[in-house]
Design a protein around this ligand. Structure first.
Ligand SMILES: Nc1ncnc2c1ncn2[C@@H]1O[C@H](COP(=O)(O)OP(=O)(O)OP(=O)(O)O)[C@@H](O)[C@H]1O
Ligand code: SF4
Ligand SMILES: [Mg+2]
Length: 363
């Protein structure tokens, strides 16, 4: 049994502009001691999915199931969820200043995190705080434990947040964009640190990022999200060597120097859709170079494809249309010819009209 099993998670926010359908039937599993990378462009529903598991999305309509060690998280009362948060499942938030309080010293905040869940004397908690700061490679932890968050550099603050998240030795750590806003060297160091901590503590991890290149360094498996849904899910090797979904293919081509980019950086054309007006059928169809009429009409289900065991893709291309090289793209192209009819002609006309008029029409 998986440590965490999420099935058909659906999250929407009623707003004055309409209903924001942030997550639409998302399913995934996290195995004990393993790392799942969740990847997607901005607004694809990564953070909302994670926050929903921990009851941190006030005002949202949530349905589906999220079973953690046999307990349905989505049905837990707030007081029980508070016990799970931190002690069983810890989260590193996208913005370090949102979880480190500016007015309190770092060590005090770690002590409080420990003492909220465990009966521990203040002295013992402080000793553990120093140890945790040492574990995340903060130099002079005996001194830094007395620092205020603003006295630490961005990288140090992220390390302090990791220390706080690890304070209770959670079974699952969710790290939401743990390294954005940091320079590339610090990013790499932090990812290495997280990977090391994960192995040392035997915990499972969900690493959320828009950077497919970054997950390669830590993830065992990868879930690619687009417009609130799973687009592709596979072992990390299969994602990099034999992607099936054209969106994953596009993400890979936009990593400079990655296989399939042909040495060039090829960004995906267009923008992610509004989650109030989501395109019909496959939500990626207005941006997809392989879109067919069926894509405009019907939403593709997650089905197994030929990239390796457990490799799933939500795309109408045939199951063997995998790979990043020119031959694989040519095979995809041959398949779509003859499957393009009036719907695609209308779509192309709408897109070129919108470009000429400065707007983009969907669906
Ligand atoms: N409280 C809210 N009310 C209304 N809409 C919301 C709310 N929280 C999130 N959203 C919307 O839900 C969608 C998904 O947001 P989410 O934060 O999960 O994206 P993300 O994939 O984490 O993106 P990023 O990479 O920018 O962090 C976005 O369109 C966002 O504007
Ligand atoms: S279902 Fe169609 S539009 Fe969607 S990714 Fe596959 S080929 Fe492209
Ligand atoms: Mg986010």
């Amino acid at each position: 049994m998986s440590l965490l099993s999420v099935r058909d998670l659906t999250v929407s926010f009623p707003t004055s502009d309409g209903v924001v359908r942030a997550v639409r039937g998302l399913s995934f599993d996290v195995e004990a001691g393993q790392t799942l990378g969740i990847v997607g462009e901005t607004g694809s529903g990564k953070s909302v999915s994670a926050l929903s598991l921990l009851g941190l999305n006030p005002g949202a309509d949530i349905s589906g199931s999220a079973v953690f060690e046999g307990t349905e998280l989505l049905a837990l009362r707030q007081d029980k969820l508070r016990r799970v948060r931190g002690a069983e499942i810890a989260m590193i938030f996208q913005d370090p200043l949102s979880s480190l309080h500016p007015y309190y010293r770092v060590g005090w905040q770690i002590c409080e995190a420990i003492r909220t869940h465990r009966r521990t004397s203040r002295e013992e908690a402080m000793r553990q705080a120093v140890e945790l700061l040492r574990m995340v490679s903060i130099p002079q932890p005996e001194r830094r434990v007395h620092a205020f968050p603003h006295e630490l550099s961005g990288g140090m603050r992220q390390r302090a947040m990791i220390a706080m998240a690890l304070a209770l030795r959670p079974k699952l750590l969710i790290a939401d964009e743990p390294t954005t806003a940091l320079d590339a060297t610090v990013q790499a160091q932090l990812m290495e640190l997280l990977g090391g901590m994960q192995r040392e503590l035997g915990m499972a991890m969900i690493v959320i990022t828009h950077d497919l290149g970054l997950v390669a360094t830590v993830a065992d498996s990868v879930l690619v999200m687009y417009a609130g849904r799973g687009a592709e899910r596979a072992d990390y090797r299969a994602i990099f060597r034999s992607p099936h979904h054209p969106y994953t293919r596009g993400l890979l081509a936009s990593i400079p120097g990655a296989a399939g980019s042909g040495g060039r950086l090829v960004p995906i054309v267009g923008q992610p859709p509004s989650l109030i007006r989501i395109p019909s059928g496959c939500a990626f169809h207005p941006r997809c170079p392989f879109a067919m009429d069926v894509c405009v009409r019907d939403q593709p289900p997650f089905v197994p494809v030929r990239g390796g065991e457990g490799h799933l893709s939500a795309c109408w291309l045939p199951p063997d249309a995998v790979g990043v090289d020119a031959a694989a793209d040519a095979a995809r192209q041959r398949f779509v010819e003859g499957r393009r009819g009036p719907a695609i002609a209308r779509l192309r006309a709408a897109i070129s009209g919108a470009r000429a008029g400065g707007g983009v029409a969907h669906g």
